[in-house]
Design a protein around this ligand. Structure first.
Ligand SMILES: [Zn+2]
Length: 450
């Protein structure tokens, strides 16, 4: 039994209970008590964390990322999405499992440092000579200790067939189908409390064929795994869909059976009212990536309109190559600020922003019965933030301190009851070794560019 005592607790439960001073007890990988006041003496803790000056929240949930991109940060820094992709595809064509392992370990380590306990990964570049790049991300997640939802991504529409990616980074539909089935067979764990669930994720309307989207939906539904893709990210994508399919991106997905409560889509920036209602009506969830959208000048997602319509909205840092910061807590702040910049000061409260980063993300990944809030019986994924030091001491509202202030030191991050971060440092992997390996991986990709 581990007891965290004397902290402010923001539960994100259905009543949004908050305790100015409270406690949380963890037995194994489950939360067994969350309440106001000091922990009862009857709780016999093997470890007791005196947490005065701290704020406990659910561990944050990251609903969109490309871990391998940690090795290609800081490139095409002033480009639009299509310009950025066109510059980076040839670099990504040279990744292999060693590069991906180093990039993913660093990316996951930093996600943990920013309060993330569960993350997805969308991996869609599989060079023929690259080895087991998906397996490398799984290895990295096990080493860092995060709950992991990797998706087997794919691209089959190269430049010669009218797509955006160069032909050398696309695969055939047969290859993709076989690899997707193999990924589910090898890694997917559907059991309660699972640390690893696989999804399928063709990349985007301009890099995959309609046949591939249909294949993926059929396979996902036959195997009971979730579906993910990029949709409605930029105005250019709108134009591409109008020209090639004669409809909006969301209508295109709809025509292929790609909307439903087993689907979550990244971005959803350019939505008309009809598309927004259709997402709500079908139970399709959204991964909102505010920093990436701002960095690429893509636009501002209608996050509050989506949540008001009942859509499950989570947050994503998106790939590190379009969000060098890759801080999940940073996305909570960015979501609040961008919503207000577009819609006024009441467009998103600090608590609504934190909802997106916690229970909203859990809903988007289909895990809201298990994670995303601090409740008795849920999995012990807990972030404990220190808010009594120089940048935060004296801020009246602890949630405002967390969401609007600087990133606070992370006193403790528990994932499945196990410490991953203590006193603002990773305890599962060596941060300096991870940083050095990531630097070497990035240098190798750059030096082989010729
Ligand atoms: Zn993305």
């Amino acid at each position: 039994m581990l007891v965290i005592d004397g902290c402010t607790v923001v539960t994100m439960d259905s009543g949004r209970a908050e305790y100015a001073t409270g406690h949380i007890a963890v037995d194994g990988n489950r939360i067994v008590a969350v309440d106001a006041g000091p922990a009862p003496a009857s709780l016999h803790a093997g470890r007791r964390v005196s947490a005065a000056g701290c704020l406990a929240t659910p561990g944050l949930v990251n609903t969109h990322h490309h871990l391998y991109q940690w090795a290609t940060r800081g490139q095409a820094v002033d480009a639009t999405l299509f310009g950025w992709l066109t510059q980076l595809y040839p670099v990504w064509a040279r990744i292999d499992e060693d590069v991906v392992r180093a990039a993913a370990t660093a990316a996951l380590g930093w996600l943990a440092r920013t309060g993330c306990s569960t993350t997805m990964d969308h991996h869609y570049v599989f060079p023929a000579s690259g080895g087991d790049v998906l397996g490398a991300t799984v290895e990295a997640a096990r080493a860092v200790g995060l709950r992991f939802h990797p998706t087997r991504g794919s691209m089959d529409l190269g430049t010669s067939a009218g797509g955006l990616p160069p032909d050398e980074v696309v695969e055939s539909r047969d290859q993709i189908s076989a690899a997707s089935q193999a990924a589910i067979d090898k890694f997917h764990d559907p059991s309660p409390g699972s640390m690893l669930r696989v999804g399928l994720a063709p990349c985007s309307p301009f890099s995959v064929t309609a046949d591939l989207l249909a294949d993926a939906a059929a396979l996902a539904r036959s195997r009971g795994v979730r579906l993910h893709t990029h949709v409605a990210e930029t105005a250019e994508e709108d134009e591409y869909c109008a020209e090639h399919f004669g409809c909006t991106p969301v209508q295109y997905l709809d025509s292929l059976g790609w909307l439903g409560d087993d689907v979550w889509i990244a971005h959803a920036v350019h939505l008309d009212d009809g598309s927004l209602r259709r997402l709500a009506g079908t139970g399709t969830a959204v991964a909102h990536c505010p920093s990436s959208n701002a960095r690429l000048g893509a636009g501002i997602c209608r996050a509050r309109d989506l949540t008001a319509a009942g859509v499950a909205v989570g947050l994503g840092v998106d790939g590190a190559a379009s969000n060098e910061a890759s801080s999940l807590l940073g996305e909570v702040r960015q979501a609040a600020l961008m919503a207000r910049a577009a819609g006024g000061p009441e467009a998103m409260t600090v608590r609504q922003a934190l909802e997106l980063g916690t229970i909203g993300g859990a809903r988007a990944l289909g895990r809201s019965a298990e994670i995303g809030s601090l409740e008795r019986g849920k999995l012990a994924d807990i972030a404990l933030w220190r808010i009594d030091t120089l940048p935060h001491a004296g801020i009246a509202d602890p949630v405002a301190a967390l969401v609007l202030g600087s990133r606070p030191p992370l006193e403790l991050l528990l994932v499945n009851g196990e410490p991953v971060v203590e006193h603002d440092h990773l305890v599962t992997v060596d941060e300096q070794l991870a940083a050095e390996a990531a630097r070497r991986a990035a240098a190798r990709l750059t030096s082989s560019s010729g």
